[in-house]
Write a protein that binds this ligand. Sequence first.
Ligand SMILES: *Cc1c(COP(=O)(O)O)cnc(C)c1O
Length: 626
Amino acid sequence: MKNNDRSWTLINLDNFVYNVKNIKKFIGNKAYLQIVKADAYGHGAYQIAKEAIHWGAKFLGVANYQEGVLLRFQKIDIPILILSPSLEAEIVPIVQYNLTPSVQSFDFAKKLNDYAMEVNKRIKIHINVDTGMGRSGFYYDNSYEEILKINSLDNLEIEGIFSHFAASENDKEYTKWQYDRFYKLIKKLPFEPKYLHISNSSGIINLKENFTNLVRIGLLSFGIYTDLDLKKKISLKPVMSFFSKIGHIKTANKGESIGYNRTYIAEKKLKYAILPIGYADGYDFMLSNKGNVYYKNSVCKVLGKISMDMIAIDISKIDNPKVGDTVQLLGDANDKISAEYLTSLYNGSSYELLCQIGRRAKRYYRKEGKFIDSSPLLRRAFVPTDYSPQKLSSIIETAISHRIKSREISTIIYKDFLERFFKEKDKNVHYRENFNHTIEFIKRTDNFFQVKTTLEYEKILTNPYFYVICASNEKILEKFFLDPFVEYRWLLYGDFRLDKKHFEILSVKINDMELNYKQNDYKEYLSVRCFDERLKNIIGKKVKFFISTMTYYPANSHQLSVYINELTKNINISFKYNNLFNKVETVPFFSGKKHFPNISYNNDTVSLKTNPDEWIFPNSGVVFVY
Ligand SMILES: *Cc1c(COP(=O)(O)O)cnc(C)c1O
């Protein structure tokens, strides 16, 4: 493969399918849950999920609700089981995104049931019983009573009961003991849930099960043997390979050291190469002086300590090595670079190595011999907290095209709009309602007008603090435009350092609660941090903001602009000028359903108003000219 990457992981989906097919021979007619937690052990949850669903997976298994929500955003709609205990605070998204929590405490079940009642839903859960793993799950001895208690909660449906093996790869006796305990418990219950499951990958190979009907498959599907004994029973191919390139070639003379702390000293003259990957790329530090790299059909030893971003390998035996040549650090090209072998060198875990390898590498997917997909460098997926970008996109695009009656133009407008709206990726959408803004020019003092401003609106509180900014030039002001922590901005031109004399808070309130604030002046702007401990309790709720300031505006300017940079409903903007001018004209630029607000003049005040249920898009505003 030709590419510009310093390192890359290759995910061979054909090998994944090969493994799944072989695993299915062991699971007979039981349903199969594909484990995709931790980004499918570093293989990419989305691509693995898609492939697994195609080959018959009935469930996906994730570690927490965020991993589940992300898959929902990627339009994966089969049941998703959250394997680890969930927190009370996660109940809302769990229900909203139709995820199936595992339950290991009555307290959580009760809260889930309460919420389910509130939203009038019946929620499927799987109960986790600890038969000997000693980790999550109900303690075995009282699990029977707890299950009955949970079963009496009307808005929960116990869809499954499961347990987890502690050592299915190499301790058959203990595994059988856990299995028997699980069986005893299930037999005693007065009802039978739809799904009973206990086996992970190695369990299905090493144990005959006859009453369970679902299995949870992780590591084996990625082609890694949990124990070398399993090789005799099932054939697997590793799915992940990791590659890098020769970055630099050098020679060390006898007695010279290589790397940090001089842990490797050359015994004779040797040629070595530097590869541009290190433990920050997931190449385990424990492979220092131990790891192997496959290069031109030879196994090269790692020399010295693994650095954060580099390693050294011995290439003395290599014929004609060249900077830029590809080398393989993990995969099936040679046994000595298999995850099992590498981790055996430091008594580590293949699970861990797979999760960490290629942390900053681009991932390429190969299927039916072709590259089908790649995920970007620094793969990291964010889950927005309100609604999915795809859903929002399609709503907006359809809305615009209806109005314009042309899909083509609407797409162009929509793209431009989105670019402004989501200038920063992963920015949440904020919106405000009942927006009242008054700007009053009080009197003229030398080169300035003294100005009093008040601003009031309702909005969902997302942080326990926010900022009010006064900037001395447009460039700085712009910087704060998209900052979600800034609630109010004022521009005061001038080549003086802004301080309390120029800009002062008169009052900041949320829901009539006066906040604390702290003013800081910097070179080109002044910021006021507004905060209060009590705000923590109302995060997520709609609150009323009130901000009032005393400041100045240059007298040599003959216009004043007010910008609206968030989606806002029901706007009322007033400019009060106390007979300082004879005439004020207004130039509104409102984008939204209506472009022209209602404008009214009253003595020395001009007011702009929208209808109460009218939304105005960002990048709207008004210029007062006097
Ligand atoms: C991770 C996990 C599995 C998968 O285990 P493998 O050994 O990778 O097959 C199964 N069950 C639970 C509860 C898990 O957390």
